[in-house]
Design a protein around this ligand. Structure first.
Ligand code: SAM
Length: 272
């Protein structure tokens, strides 16, 4: 894949067909992430995947995936799929709009292929009937889409009554966000390949490259206050709405640095 394919084009189809604009942005976003994950070798990626649920953002109960049918919406390289399969999920379905993300997820989870299904599809139009999944997981995806609330409603639609949803989005405020948005001002001036070259000079760690390229070049990067996301759940009558702690939460670095931090919620869809 050429690096230039990952760069958002100027004057994106904003005045044209909204569905095409939605798709174009999702495909560009997917191409950027696929490119980044292609840089991780097997050991680096496995560490990245394990760290996710075990260290950075642990789930309250590691047994919740056992025997469950799970949707990982915006599965990326399949790191969460892997953790959920490890934890005994009966089946994990991953969807993503990046072709390279689909192949990353399949390739990196070959050993679990019997319990994994991966599809090129959008979180804004999930190709499954209502009430299909026991658990829906969507980590760092909605805030990169053209319509996060529509995405949320799609995830609620495919979740069974009584099922659990886990959603993570970037929080608003703090010095880090200020720095990221300042850096994003340069993304049209500095081609991605130059930044990538610089990243390789300053660090050998692909997690550092990931963080810089992701923050600077992803076409859409929305941020939220915790109360806004809590409201999404309340509007759909969810029960047991819990904000989960994480290595990136406001608790770890202070509000001045990370604002509302990495906002990850778990909640139960009301069964009626
Ligand atoms: C920051 S990455 C997170 C990936 C994964 N959830 C993880 O935690 O490793 C964002 C992912 O969302 C995907 N994405 C963006 N817009 C999407 C959409 N409309 N539908 C499905 N996936 C989308 C991107 O392709 C990318 O893989």
């Amino acid at each position: 894949m050429k690096l230039s394919q990952t760069e958002p084009k100027k004057g994106t189809n904003k005045m044209g067909n909204p569905a095409e604009n939605e798709k174009e942005i999702a495909v560009k976003t997917g191409a950027l992430y696929a490119y980044i994950w292609d840089q991780f070798n097997r050991i680096q990626w496995t560490q990245f995947s394990d760290d996710h649920f075990m260290k950075w953002s642990p789930l309250p109960d590691s047994n919740i995936f056992k025997e469950k049918i799970v949707l990982d919406a915006g599965c990326g390289s399949g790191r969460a799929c892997r953790s959920m399969l490890f934890q005994g999920a009966k089946k994990v379905v991953g969807i993503d709009m990046g072709k390279g993300c689909i192949s990353n997820t399949n390739e990196r989870n070959k050993d679990f292929s019997g319990r994994l299904e991966v599809k090129l599809a959008s979180v804004l139009d999930v190709p499954y009937p209502d009430n299909t999944f026991d658990i829906v997981h969507c980590d760092e995806v909605l805030h990169h889409t053209t319509n996060p609330k529509k995405g949320f409603s799609e995830l609620v639609r495919v979740l069974k009554p009584g099922g659990k949803i886990i959603i993570a989005v970037y929080g608003r405020g703090g010095f880090m966000n200020f720095a990221i948005y300042s850096a994003r001002l340069f993304r049209r001036l500095i081609p991605l390949k130059w930044t990538f070259y610089l990243c390789k000079l300053i660090s050998k760690n692909p997690v550092v490259w990931y963080s810089i390229l992701d923050c600077m070049y992803v076409p859409i990067r929305e941020n939220y206050y915790e109360h806004e996301i809590r409201r999404w759940f309340e509007d759909y009558n969810f029960d047991n709405i819990i904000r989960m702690d994480s290595a990136w939460g406001p608790y770890a670095y202070g509000r001045w640095m990370k604002g509302d931090g990495y906002i990850k919620f778990i909640a139960d869809k009301r069964s009626n």
